[in-house]
Design a protein around this ligand. Sequence first.
Ligand code: HEC
Ligand code: HEC
Length: 194
Amino acid sequence: MSLLSRVKTAVLIGVAILAAPVCSAQTAFPRQALCVSCHGAQGKSDIQGIPSLAGQPKLFIENQLVLMREGVREVPAMKGMLDGLTDDEAIAIAKYYAALPLNGIPADKDPQLFAQGEKLAQGMRCGICHLPNYVGRDQIPRLAGQRDDFLLHSLLQFRNGQAIGRDSNMAAAVIGVSDADLAALSYYFARITP
Ligand code: HEC
Ligand code: HEC
């Protein structure tokens, strides 16, 4: 065996030894530690602008991961993080987060703003797709219990035609809706017990 191939073999074994415990024992999928830093340990985000992933429908997460990997949906904060992600890994990630319970809604509740959001959501029939309790299904995300800053950011993007790579049904659903109404909707969804 040449020195070079011996070194290569040693390096490979070293990598395998180093990588094995990280992939198997402590994490559900190889990149988990990276995701936790933003999306939270239990898939519940404590960071402004970053969505919680816990309890999202499996297919929704799978689809978004593939769209982001392909650069169709651009998330600058996650640039490069999904490079080389296999379809199997995307499925494993989606399965993991879909099964996590989403705990804890904001403790504060302004009854007037909540009621305004509820009325708007009913009038605009958001539940037709997101389901009447807004837990989502298949490729449609859960809104109940999601961070309101992220919901508002997304709704503004949809309305302003800036939601590149996202479903055009959503842009159609919020055409011409005022900033104040989008804020009331976001406030309401964030405070529905998931
Ligand atoms: C540096 C912070 C950061 C890290 C690390 C990160 N994300 Fe994200 N992620 C974001 C932000 C911000 C968004 C929302 C982007 C937007 O729509 O503006 C997002 C959106 C998502 C979404 C779409 C959720 C939705 O409701 O629309 C999924 C799925 C996701 N990330 C999965 C992951 C996975 C899996 C990892 C680990 C490989 C990861 N993210 C790592 C910041 C991060
Ligand atoms: C025709 C079906 C449909 C209707 C009606 C609808 N939505 Fe959606 N909504 C979707 C789909 C599909 C997505 C996922 C978009 C994507 O794939 O990027 C989505 C995504 C969203 C998101 C982004 C959440 C996330 O985690 O990324 C928000 C917020 C949202 N919808 C709010 C609303 C509100 C508020 C209403 C009512 C005014 C509404 N939706 C009506 C289908 C619908």
